[in-house]
Design a protein around this ligand. Structure first.
Ligand code: HPA
Length: 275
């Protein structure tokens, strides 16, 4: 058997036993400072990544490193409290392994969240942005022999983010009085933040927010047919000009994400209720 598939199946088999056969409908990936949503889940299991076969470790700040399953908004869900990043040194296969594991467990929807820098000058720290599209500036995780078990060689990316989920999220936000932005997320490898010239370039090519994650997971999720909803928490404004002081700081990012987490949690919960 393909070693890649064996690794994914081993992790899925381990989790399936721990879930006692329950099938999660929704998989959730919680980014920097956004692990709070995990606390709203009526957890039936909280498993540190180190116990799960073939899972990487979460080394990024603001990432707890737990796989949680239980009920949220009346649905059986599973959630990653912290993700794996390419900049941590993991190959894309490791970064995206949990998405395929979730697919094998039976998940039909993937909700992804991240902390991101605001390229769009109208965006302020603390804003929530629905990801309506993305630009990939990382290695594509689908490079290599195609995983026929999961999907086709050339997956369509005309609509990676589910239009129906976006419309529902907008309706919920309007009803709850939650202000929302909507925009394009650009994924670059990090771990360095962007130079002012890169910021101008990224905004110029149509991105509204920039980060170091999410895109690989979404590509793999779409490859295996999951419906995706993505949300960025804008944690800082990107610098269009060279500044004399350092303006980007990882701890500030986690603090800003934490402050916005409650609104994002409410939105995710209400949205999950509707599916
Ligand atoms: N750039 C890249 N990633 C980020 C940023 C940023 O400004 N803020 C939070 N994640």
């Amino acid at each position: 058997m393909d070693k890649r598939l064996k690794d994914i199946q081993e992790a899925a088999d381990f989790l399936r036993v721990r879930m006692r056969g329950a099938v999660p409908e929704v998989g959730i990936i919680l980014g920097s400072g956004l692990g709070k949503l995990g606390e709203s889940i009526e957890a039936e299991g909280v498993i540190p990544y180190r116990e799960i076969p073939n899972f990487a470790r979460s080394t990024a700040i603001g990432h707890k490193g737990n796989f949680i399953f239980g009920r949220l908004a009346g649905r059986f869900v599973c959630a990653m409290q912290g993700r794996f990043h390419y900049y941590e040194g993991y190959p894309m296969e490791k970064v995206t392994l949990p998405v395929r594991v979730m697919a094998l467990l039976g998940v039909k929807f993937l909700f992804v969240s991240n902390a991101a820098g605001g390229l769009n000058p109208a965006f302020q720290p603390g804003d929530l942005m629905i990801i309506r599209d993305h630009i990939n500036l990382m290695p594509n995780p689908l490079i290599g022999p195609n995983f026929e078990t999961f999907g086709e060689r050339f997956p369509d990316m005309t609509a990676p983010y589910d239009a129906e989920l976006i419309a529902k999220a907008e309706a919920i936000a309007a009803a709850e009085g939650i202000a929302l932005r909507k925009g394009v997320y650009l994924g670059n490898t990090g771990p360095s933040y962007e130079t002012p010239a890169e910021v101008r370039f990224y905004f110029g090519i149509g991105a509204d927010a920039v980060g170091m994650s999410t895109v690989p997971e979404v590509l793999v999720a779409r490859h295996c047919g999951l419906r995706v909803f993505g949300m960025s928490v804008i944690t800082n404004k990107s610098n269009f000009e060279t500044a004399s002081t350092v303006l980007n700081d990882g701890d500030d990012v986690v603090r800003a994400a934490d402050a916005a987490a409650d609104r994002m949690c409410l939105l995710f919960q209400k949205l999950i209720e509707t599916i």
